[in-house]
Design a protein around this ligand. Sequence first.
Ligand SMILES: [Zn+2]
Ligand SMILES: [Zn+2]
Ligand SMILES: [Zn+2]
Length: 159
Amino acid sequence: MAEHNHNICIEKSTQFAQEIALSKGKKLTAQRLLVLNILLSDHKAMGAYDILDKMRDMHVEGQGKPQPPTVYRALDFLLDLGLIHKVESQNSFYACMVDKSQDEHHLAQAFICDECGHVDEKIARRGAQNLFEKAASFGFKINKVIVECRGICATCQAI
Ligand SMILES: [Zn+2]
Ligand SMILES: [Zn+2]
Ligand SMILES: [Zn+2]
């Protein structure tokens, strides 16, 4: 991604996470927050085991080592709240850092760089609207739309 102050991304997304959890009466436990923070550290998709490794690195002595089910449960929780998204074609996850209003289940359009793993998420409102209108025209009820664009980011093209 172009140079930017990533702290702002982290701050905004963390605040949004707190608000959405509160509004839904859900609790961002320490484990869930830890998984979210790991994903927020960069605009990159990570596999569950990479996340687990990082959790173990930050492991506090005296507490049980985090196990895969802990990570999967936290990921499910975060997915459910729309705070992270899954890259289906890679089975990896990335934090949602786009500007969105509360509770908006937006169509996440992910542009994933195959060279560096960078994920750029854009919201394509008109694209989403087209799909939903098309579906409605023949009575189809959409539960989930997955749009993943794989390619090479501008930074990697410039190398
Ligand atoms: Zn950022
Ligand atoms: Zn998103
Ligand atoms: Zn790249």
